[in-house]
Design a protein around this ligand. Structure first.
Ligand code: GTP
Ligand code: MG
Length: 362
C-alpha cells in the first residue's frame, strides 16, 4: 500500500477481489503482490535477493570441504586478577607484532594478531571480559585455545577456577602459563598440584595438559608458549572458507561521540570488506571504515582477523553474531523482520500471561 500510495484498506479490498483474505499484518507473496501492483499499472521487481532463511540455512549448511583453508588460531588469555594476563600479552606483542612500523597511538581494539614462526595467532585481550561471558552464554565457539595464566607465587584462585569452567563449558583447549617464575616465592609445582584438583593434570605428571613456566616480566619462555599454541592449533586443524560472505562475532562495541557506534569484530568465516552491509542482532549498517589492531585502515579481513568497524546504525551487543549481506536494503529489511518477530513473540507471551491471570482470577 505504501509503495502504491494507496490506503491499506483499498489494497485489502483489492486482495479480497482476488480471493485473498488478508489483514495489514499478513505477508503476501511476490506473485500476489505483482498481480495487485499490475492492477495499478505498477511493475514489480524483487528487492531482496537473500532471505532470512538463506542466512539461517547458511549456518546449518555444511561447508564445502574443498574450499576450506587453514586459518590462524584464536586464543583467549584468562586467569585470576593480577596474575599477569596483560603483561603476558604485552610480552608477546612487543617481540612478535606483525608490523612494528605502524606509527601513532595503537588503537585498542581488545584483540591482537601476532606473528610467530611466520604464522599468525589472534589473541583476545581481557579474559574476564563481558564479551567473553556473552559468547560463552551463546555457546559460540569463538576461541580455539585458552591460555590459563596462574601466578606461581599465588596459585589457583577463584577466578582461575571460573576460567577453567568457562573453557571447559565451551570445549576450548587449555594451555597453562605458570607466570611470575622470576619471583622469589614462585612455586610452579604447587600450581600443578592445585590444578590437578580441578582436573587439569600436567603432561609430565601423566596427564594431558600442556604447562609452560613463564615470566612475562623477564620475557622468559614466551617463544616456548607460542610454540605450544601453534602445536595445539595444528592438532585442531583449524580451517575456514575465506571465499564467501563474512560471518563472525562482535567482541565489543561502544558509542563514540564523534565516530558513532564502533564495533570490534572477529571474522570467523568468509572475508569482510570495507563497504559491506552487515547485520548484528537488531543493528545494521554499511561499513564506512575498517581498521586492524594497529589502527591502520584496511579494505578486507579474512578468517580469524579482528577488526574495528564504523558504520552501524546502533551499538550492537557483545557476543552477537554478525553477517555480511547483499546490500544495505537487505540488511535493513532483515533487521526490521527480526524486530517484528521479537515484538510478535513478546506480544504472544504477554497475551498468554494475561489470559492465565484472567483464568486465575475466575
Ligand atoms: P587484571 O587484568 O587486573 O586481571 O590483571 P592481569 O592478570 O592483566 O595482570 P597484570 O599483567 O596487570 O600484572 C599484574 C602485576 O603483576 C603487575 O604489577 C605486573 O608487573 C606483575 N607481573 C606480571 N607478570 C609478572 C612476572 O612474570 N613477574 C613478576 N615479577 N611480576 C609480574
Ligand atoms: Mg589485565
Amino acid at each position: 500500500a505504501e509503495a502504491l500510495k494507496k490506503t491499506s484498506t483499498e489494497i485489502i479490498k483489492k486482495l479480497m477481489s482476488f480471493g485473498v483474505m488478508a489483514t495489514v499484518n499478513n505477508d503476501v507473496d511476490f506473485d500476489t503482490a505483482t498481480i495487485i501492483a499490475e492492477e495499478y499499472g505498477v511493475k514489480t521487481e524483487k528487492a531482496v535477493q537473500i532471505s532470512e532463511e538463506d542466512i539461517l540455512f547458511d549456518d546449518i549448511e555444511e561447508e564445502d570441504e574443498s574450499k576450506l583453508v587453514p586459518r590462524p588460531p584464536v586464543v583467549v588469555v584468562m586467569g585470576h586478577v593480577d596474575h599477569g594476563k596483560t603483561s603476558l600479552l604485552d610480552a608477546i606483542r612487543s617481540t612478535h607484532v606483525i608490523d612494528s612500523e605502524a606509527g601513532g597511538i595503537t588503537q585498542h581494539i581488545g584483540a591482537y594478531m601476532v606473528k610467530a614462526k611466520d604464522r599468525r595467532i589472534t589473541f583476545l585481550d581481557t579474559p574476564g571480559h563481558e564479551a567473553f561471558t556473552a559468547m560463552r552464554a551463546r555457546g559460540a565457539q569463538v576461541t580455539d585455545i585458552a591460555i590459563l595464566v596462574v601466578a606461581a607465587d599465588d596459585g589457583v584462585m577463584p577466578q582461575t577456577i571460573e576460567a577453567i569452567n568457562h573453557a571447559k563449558a565451551a570445549n576450548v583447549s587449555i594451555i597453562v602459563a605458570i607466570n611470575k617464575i622470576d619471583k622469589p616465592g614462585a612455586n610452579p609445582d604447587r600450581v600443578k598440584q592445585e590444578l590437578t584438583e580441578h582436573g587439569i593434570v600436567a603432561e609430565e605428571w601423566g596427564g594431558d595438559a600442556i604447562m609452560v613456566p613463564v615470566s612475562a616480566k623477564k620475557r622468559e619462555n614466551i617463544d616456548q608458549l607460542l610454540e605450544m599454541v601453534l602445536l595445539v592449533a595444528d592438532m585442531l586443524e583449524l580451517k575456514a572458507n575465506p571465499d564467501r560472505q563474512a560471518k563472525g562475532t562482535i567482541i565489543e562495541a561502544k558509542l563514540d561521540k564523534e565516530r558513532g557506534p564502533v564495533a570490534t569484530m572477529l571474522v570467523q568465516r568468509g572475508t569482510l570488506k570495507a563497504g559491506d552491509s552487515i547485520i548484528a542482532g537488531s543493528a545494521f549498517g554499511r561499513i564506512k571504515a575498517m581498521t586492524n589492531d594497529k589502527g591502520t585502515a584496511i579494505k578486507s579481513a579474512g578468517p580469524s582477523m579482528p577488526v574495528e568497524v564504523l558504520g552501524m546504525n546502533e551499538v550492537p551487543d557483545a557476543g552477537e553474531i554478525f553477517y555480511a549481506v547483499t546490500d544495505e536494503k537487505v540488511a535493513k529489511h532483515l533487521v526490521e523482520k527480526r524486530k517484528y518477530k521479537q515484538k510478535e513473540q513478546q506480544y504472544k507471551k504477554s497475551a498468554k500471561v494475561s489470559l492465565e491471570e484472567l483464568y486465575n482470577q475466575i
